[in-house]
Each structure stands twice: as structure tokens, then as C-alpha cells.
Design a protein around this ligand. Structure first.
Ligand SMILES: Nc1ncnc2c1ncn2[C@@H]1O[C@H](COP(=O)(O)OP(=O)(O)OP(=O)(O)O)[C@@H](O)[C@H]1O
Ligand SMILES: Nc1ncnc2c1ncn2[C@@H]1O[C@H](COP(=O)(O)OP(=O)(O)OP(=O)(O)O)[C@@H](O)[C@H]1O
Ligand SMILES: [Mg+2]
Ligand SMILES: [Mg+2]
Lengths: 227, 227
């Protein structure tokens, strides 16, 4: 489903080049559950942004569902993102002017879903992550963990083929984290491909495969027994 | 040093009242190392904002160093914050238009520190958290864990009496987390009072006392053996 071939992402800053991703090649099949770990700054979010079609590589190739993504234009990338990929950002990226319900409706608006069905689906997604009583709170009126759960609901509301979650339990207490991981497990059993960046080893054990990054490269990539 | 007497913080939203903090009374002595845990939405950040003089309670009393804080005006609160308290926010709250160095300099500007000394101290604080080679990157040019470390450096640069850290290891890999906790331990041994909100039990073990929140109230408050 996902194939990366010697993918790089460089930034030029002042006189120097920062090699955020320095030659990554790997393949992920449909239905896999993959955890990504690695030190701060090792390229995990950069990798996720490239796989999620939110960024373009400096060089190398990226195919999603056998379609070459690295040369697509902005509109084509936006279409793929909206219909196939759900993304939970490390920093949530919620819109402050919209309440929780409005934020979760955004992907449905892009997908052209009609208004009343949109609100029902957004409300259901929020209820599934325990925020049924916070639908009309705006991000600044929510706790950190509640904002993260709004970001999760938004990523899932379009029933995406691929869910990319960058530190989705970063702001969650242990009980809410376990509830989220159970939800991800059931989505994975139903066929959703999941890639989750985490720095917590107990969260990584929910995945069947662990990829470790170091300095913009893949350091190790191994199957593991799922918990 | 810190005394809360039946402190509350209510929000009115639409027709209902959200009781973010619903009557909290406790005392923290100078030099303590306290961990705060509790479910998402239980009031931890609200508590930290009140202790950090960033917010006013709805009712109840709060004294810092025997001075009654709940009736102070905005300027007096700002003065106290800048000279006595260092705050690491759950969502970092960095200024996007300034680079790492500029962000860490901000508390020193408020404290009236002269320009060249300011830059040296800001650079030293960033080097201490491993970002010596990222001084001129802006927040959008840094990884999540790097942004968090800029927020930590900024909180420490004024050598505050009280450090309030809301989920400071949320975006950090395990090695960087342990480095940060070792730094906090050494600051505590030198006399800094530390209150850290965390959802990770291994991080909480660095503290000598654990306070648990539930539904805006203190559920338990006990000393524990420091690791
Ligand atoms: N401005 C606001 N208006 C209305 N309700 C608010 C506002 N700010 C916070 N709340 C509510 O107050 C409660 C406590 O929030 P708080 O941020 O203190 O929780 P927390 O314990 O830090 O949670 P987390 O672990 O998720 O960060 C939450 O239920 C939240 O929805
Ligand atoms: N716009 C940018 N300009 C320059 N350098 C950048 C930019 N974005 C990221 N970087 C650098 O690229 C490297 C990788 O960043 P990335 O966000 O992928 O790390 P990460 O593994 O997600 O880290 P963390 O665990 O801290 O979130 C970092 O060293 C960072 O400083
Ligand atoms: Mg990251
Ligand atoms: Mg919080």
C-alpha cells in the first residue's frame, strides 16, 4: 500500500542543510499496524508528513496504493488526503474559531457530505472518544487531553483507509490512552492500516511491527508479537 | 510557600457551569518536588494556571510566599510571575516569529536583563537541554520534542523559585525525558520548588509527593519514596 524508495527531506537554513529525512526505503502493506519510535528530532514527524501527503520530499519516490505521489500537484494530494488518509497531528492543529463539532466536521465538508449527516457523524466520532458532553466547547475551552481527542475524532470521521497518528497519547492519562489503543486495535481488525509515532514503549506494543528512526534514517525494522 | 484554601474555578458556557476546579485546599513548602496526576479534564492545568498566576480563581484564596494572590491586579501578578515562577505549558506557547534564542530571551527582557547577558544566558539554557545547534530555528522549524525543550529552557532561564511544568515530557523520547528529569532533580536539590503534571507513572516517581486530581478536586495526596 505504502512504498518509500530512498526518500529524503532536506531543509536549508542559513548556510547549513538539515537532513530531516536522509534516505528512507520501506514498504507497508494494507492492514498493517506499525509503531514508529526514535529520539527527538530523528525524523518521525517528517516521515509522517510525507506519507500523509502533507509535504513533498526533496528526492526519492513515494507510492500510495501504487500511485506515485511525489510528483502530484497540490489539488491531487489534497484529494488523496481527504479520501484515504486520517492524520492526528503531534500538535493537534485544531481551528480555534470552531467548536469541537465544527472541527470534526471539516474532513466531511471537504468530502462533500451533506450537512445533517455531517453533524451526526461528527457527533458520533466525538462520543466515541468520550467527548459527547463537550461538542460545543472550542479548543481553548478544552483540556490538553480533550483537544487531542478532538484531533483523533477528526482523523477517524471519514473512515480512512490509512490512519497516521503522531504521538496520539501524548496528552492522555493512562486510562484514556488504553481506551484509545483498544479503539485503534478494533479499527485495525476491520482493515484500517495504522502507523503510530510514540515515545512510550507500552503503546508501541499494540503494533505488530516496530520501526526505529535515528538521524533521519531507519535504524531497525522488525515484527513483534502484538499485545 | 504555596497555600490554596478552597480554591474554585468555574466556567459558564451556554447554560451550564463547568467546574474546572471545585474546591482545592493544599499547602506546598519551599523546596518540595510534587507530581500531579489525574484523568483528562480533571483540573490539573487549571490548577497549574492558578498557582502560576496566569488565571484568577472564581472563589477561595491563594497565597504565594505569604502574599495573597487572588486579589492582585494584572501588573502585580505579571511581576510575580516573571521573577518567581517558571512555567512550562502543556502546549508550549512559543512565539512563532522568534527563533529558539529569541523565545528563551523573553523572560529576561521582562526582568530587565541587559542585552548581551540575556543572549548568553538564553544560549546557555538552550545548550543545557541539548539544543545548542538549534538556536536560530523558529518553532515551525523544530520537532515537537525540540519545541518542548525550548519551552523548558525558557521556564528555567530566570532561575525561578518555583517551576511549574505541565506534561514536560509529553513530546520527549525516553532518553531525553530521563535527561530532563535528572536536570529537574538537580535543580530541586539546589532549592527550586517543582510541581510537575504528568500522566506517566515513571516520571511521577521522581517526585517526593504525589497529588491526584479527580473532577476538579484533590482525590489523594501522599508522600512517596523518591527514585
Ligand atoms: N475556557 C474554558 N471554558 C470552559 N470549560 C473549560 C475551559 N477551560 C477548561 N475547561 C474545562 O475544565 C476542565 C478541566 O480542564 P483542565 O485543562 O484543567 O484539565 P486537565 O486535567 O489539565 O486535563 P488534561 O490531562 O486533558 O490536560 C475540562 O473539563 C475542560 O473542558
Ligand atoms: N522547517 C524546518 N526547517 C529546518 N529544520 C527542520 C524543519 N522542520 C524540521 N526540522 C528539523 O528536522 C529534524 C527532524 O524533525 P522531526 O519533526 O521529523 O523530528 P521528530 O522525530 O518528529 O522529533 P520529536 O520526537 O521531537 O517530535 C529536526 O532536527 C528538526 O530540527
Ligand atoms: Mg515529532
Ligand atoms: Mg492539562
Amino acid at each position: 500500500l505504502i512504498e518509500l524508495d530512498n526518500l529524503t527531506r532536506f531543509y536549508r537554513l542559513g548556510g547549513e542543510t538539515v537532513k530531516a529525512l536522509d534516505g528512507v526505503s520501506l514498504a507497508i502493506d494494507a492492514g498493517e499496524f506499525v509503531a514508529v519510535m526514535g529520539p527527538s528530532g530523528s525524523g518521525k514527524s517528517t516521515f509522517m508528513n510525507l506519507v500523509g501527503c502533507l509535504d513533498r520530499p526533496t528526492s526519492g519516490a513515494y507510492s500510495l496504493d501504487r500511485q506515485e505521489m511525489s510528483r502530484r500537484n497540490a489539488d491531487e494530494l489534497a484529494y488523496v488526503r481527504c479520501h484515504q488518509i486520517g492524520f492526528v497531528f503531534q500538535q493537534f492543529n485544531l481551528l480555534d474559531r470552531l467548536d469541537a463539532l465544527g472541527n470534526v466536521e471539516m474532513p466531511l465538508i471537504y468530502a462533500g457530505v451533506e450537512r445533517r449527516l455531517r453533524r451526526d457523524r461528527a457527533a458520533a466520532a466525538l462520543t466515541r472518544v468520550g467527548l459527547g458532553d463537550r461538542l460545543h466547547h472550542r479548543p481553548t475551552e478544552l483540556s490538553g487531553g480533550q483537544q487531542q481527542r478532538v484531533a483523533i475524532a477528526r482523523a477517524l470521521v471519514n473512515a480512512p483507509k490509512v490512519l497516521l497518528a503522531d504521538e496520539p497519547t501524548g496528552a492522555l492519562d493512562s486510562r484514556t490512552s488504553l481506551e484509545l489503543m483498544a479503539l485503534l486495535q478494533s479499527l485495525n481488525r476491520e482493515g484500517t492500516t495504522i502507523i503510530i509515532v510514540t515515545h512510550e514503549a507500552d503503546i508501541a506494543t499494540y503494533a505488530a511491527r516496530l520501526i526505529r528512526f535515528l538521524d533521519g534514517k531507519v535504524m531497525s525494522d522488525a515484527n513483534q508479537r502484538m499485545v
